[in-house]
Design a protein around this ligand. Structure first.
Ligand SMILES: N[C@@H](CCC(=O)N[C@@H](CS)C(=O)NCC(=O)O)C(=O)O
Length: 206
């Protein structure tokens, strides 16, 4: 089977390149030109009705949503390593952190950045301060979310945290910065950054 990532290097698709490099499977990038609206054309909307990237196609399997793509790749290509096995108790926290990134971290950061006033009891992402405290505690054991074990949860949540730090949507506290530095040293992230940089240059996005 061949894997194609519908990609734009300045989007969340960049972190799927990191996911792919971590699992170590061959893949092809298919550039989606957001400027020309290519993501709203049928080639993409037939695969993801949202008309958004990333979209991953692996043979007859189509997956969208960055966290879901990470979960898929780890289960399919790195079971027992990047994805804890189904009967491993670590599976619980693993799934929790993968879902926490888009559902809580992203949403709480967006709410704060945009000054949205929400009822934190009803809003699933709760309060920004509870979110940062949860992350702080989650990373306290380190070096990774599951302690000594690096998993796809570190890629999914780590990519979100790196983005939030870059755009100052999360405070540059030692715990968060040190975690981001450990992630930046991952050879797979170094390779992914080079792949994304080549795509930026190739498509004149620099
Ligand atoms: N929840 C989706 C979000 C995907 C998303 O918003 N992608 C953006 C780029 S980062 C996009 O395609 N935006 C173009 C548009 O919506 O017009 C995920 O996590 O993958």
């Amino acid at each position: 089977m061949s894997i194609t990532l519908h990609h734009h290097p300045l989007t969340r698709a960049a972190s799927v390149v990191w996911q792919l490099e971590e699992v170590g499977v061959p893949y092809t990038l298919s550039f989606v030109d957001l400027k020309t609206g290519a993501h709203k054309a049928e080639a993409i909307t037939a695969k993801n009705r949202m008309g958004k990237v990333p979209v991953l196609v692996d043979g007859s399997c189509v997956v969208s949503e960055t966290a879901a793509i990470g979960l898929y790749l780890a289960d399919r290509y790195a079971p027992g390593t990047l994805a804890p096995a189904l009967d491993d108790p670590a599976r619980g926290p693993y799934l929790r952190w993968c879902v926490y990134a888009p559902v809580v971290v992203e949403a709480a950061c967006l709410a704060k950045a945009n000054g949205w006033t929400v009822n934190t009891a009803n809003a699933g992402f709760g309060s920004y301060d509870d979110m940062t405290a949860t992350l702080r505690e989650g990373l306290a054991g380190g070096p990774w979310l599951l302690g000594e074990r690096f998993t796809m949860a570190d890629v999914v949540l780590g990519a979100t945290l790196r983005y939030m730090l870059q755009f100052k949507m999360i405070p540059a506290e030692d715990t968060f910065v040190a975690y981001a530095e450990r992630l930046a040293a991952r050879p797979a992230l170094v390779r992914a950054t080079a792949v994304n940089a080549r795509s930026i240059a190739e498509h004149g996005l620099g």
